[in-house]
Design a protein around this ligand. Structure first.
Ligand SMILES: NC(=O)c1ccc[n+]([C@@H]2O[C@H](COP(=O)([O-])OP(=O)(O)OC[C@H]3O[C@@H](n4cnc5c(N)ncnc54)[C@H](O)[C@@H]3O)[C@@H](O)[C@H]2O)c1
Length: 252
């Protein structure tokens, strides 16, 4: 399904990272993967070595204009174009999560929005010169259609990400580029575990999702991301695909 596809995968930091699952499955299905990492580059490189095949690792802080501006040239050292891009990046300062909704200062809220939502547009623009007609961009969402316990400004960031996805779909559609989100259920990654009170999601999800839900298996999420990045969703853009065991569809 992905034979010959050239994919840029951001957001890998541990083996549990949703991005790791996507990169692994992509390589197993014949794609060439280029990774980006943020901050702890030696850790990212060490984790990348656990993938089935070697993958170059480029540094990318999505709030750093120089790194964004040089990204396309740095990718070109490894591939002459891209067929897909995965945005798997989010961060909110502690004040903006875990019950701090009413007290978080704007500076911290701004950081959450910048890293977790505006960066979807930044990454799309940074890679646009490399994207061929029919290419896909996929971002990682957490259903933002309602307010959650403890998710606070990350929830608002995800609502912004969802809207950003629709506007990107509007503006990149005429270039033949598809932009979609996968709204995943809770998986125990570094980002998830850093949310105080995250256990509330875990209990609710495993009890309510009609298909059941694994908190440790990110393969269903990876499969959906890669399906959207493949040629099998040629007329789908601005969409949010829920990969949550069906949790979003049922009440108490
Ligand atoms: N784990 C879950 O339960 C879950 C559910 C739904 C959606 N998501 C989303 O999936 C995505 C990936 O998160 P994850 O759960 O795999 O956790 P993770 O901690 O493995 O990944 C988060 C990544 O964001 C990167 N990052 C943070 N600030 C950055 C910056 N300034 N520039 C570039 N990268 C930066 C980190 O380096 C890390 O690789 C996020 O968007 C997250 O909100 C996660």
């Amino acid at each position: 399904m992905l034979e010959g596809k050239r994919l840029l995968v951001t957001g890998l930091i541990t083996e549990q990272s949703l991005a790791f699952g996507v990169a692994k499955l992509a390589q197993e299905h014949g794609a060439q993967v280029i990774l980006t990492g943020f901050g702890r580059m030696s850790l990212v490189e060490r984790i990348a070595k656990r993938l089935p095949a070697p993958a170059p690792v480029l540094e990318l802080d999505v709030t750093n204009a120089e790194q964004l501006d040089s990204l396309a040239d740095r990718v070109k050292e490894h591939a002459d174009g891209l067929d897909g891009v995965l945005h798997s990046i989010a961060y909110a300062p502690p004040s903006a999560l875990g019950g701090g909704f009413l007290t978080a200062p704007w500076e911290d809220v701004a950081t959450a929005l910048h890293v977790s939502a505006f960066s979807f547009k930044s990454l799309a623009m940074a890679t646009l010169p490399l994207l061929s007609k029919g290419a896909g961009i996929v971002g990682m969402d957490f259903d933002a259609s309602q307010a959650w316990p403890v998710y606070d400004w990350m929830g608002v960031s995800k609502a912004t990400l969802e809207s950003t996805c629709r506007y990107l779909a509007r503006d990149l559609g005429p270039k033949g580029i598809r932009v979609n989100l996968v709204a995943a259920g809770p998986v125990r990654t570094l980002a998830a575990k850093s949310i105080p009170g995250f256990e509330a999601f875990e209990e609710a999800w495993t009890g309510r999702a009609p298909l059941g839900w694994s908190l440790t298996d990110s393969e269903p999420v990876a499969k959906a991301c890669l399906a959207l990045l493949s040629d099998w969703f040629p007329a789908t853009t601005g969409e949010i695909v829920h990969v949550d065991g069906g949790f979003h569809a049922v009440g108490v």
